[in-house]
Design a protein. Structure first.
Length: 173
């Protein structure tokens, strides 16, 4: 079983989220150089990019988390990320720049770590960023919501509907 290397980012209100359920966002992978490699890299990336303007990926994801496509302030960014956990599936750098795909071995090796994270954080909804991950995801006791990747033509209307639907299904249980 693969050990968790990139520890998840966990917002301080994750367990008392305003969604009424625990939500974990599942990204695909990190890109970086060997000197950047550390277990807290996910927290570093979130802290560097999610809370300020400038990263289209994090801006789009923040809008999705807020279930509103309009402009988002710095305060609203911080508030949105307080209520979720964020974890990248692949547990090693896939390359040093974007648009590099994980290998089959990377996908297979990541399953055990994802199961460990789910066991530890007990998310009720996992929001999957990108349809290409689906074939690699294991069966887990969660409600899934899968959206087009924020960098790959995500529609706010479709993504928000999918995300809200997963939350509502958990509430109906």
């Amino acid at each position: 079983m693969t050990q968790i290397f990139f520890k998840p980012y966990v917002g301080d209100k994750y367990y008392e989220s305003h969604y009424g359920v625990r939500v974990m966002v599942l990204g695909e992978s990190h890109y970086g150089d060997a000197e950047d490699l550390s277990p807290d890299y996910t927290q570093f990336v979130v802290n560097e990019h999610a809370f300020c303007a400038g990263s289209p990926f994090f801006t789009k994801l923040t809008k999705l988390l807020r279930c509103e496509a309009g402009a988002v302030s710095i305060e609203e960014r911080h508030e949105a990320w307080r209520h979720i956990a964020f974890y990248n599936y692949i547990q090693e750098f896939v390359g040093d720049a974007g648009r590099i795909r994980p290998t089959a071995a990377m996908w297979e090796e990541a399953v055990g770590a994802l199961k460990e994270v789910v066991q530890e954080l007990r998310p009720e909804v996992i929001l999957v960023l990108g349809h290409q991950m689906w074939e690699w995801l294991p069966e887990l006791p969660v409600e899934w919501a899968c959206v087009k990747h924020p960098s790959g033509g995500m529609s706010y209307a479709d993504a928000i509907s999918e995300f809200q639907g997963a939350i509502e299904r958990v509430h109906k249980r």
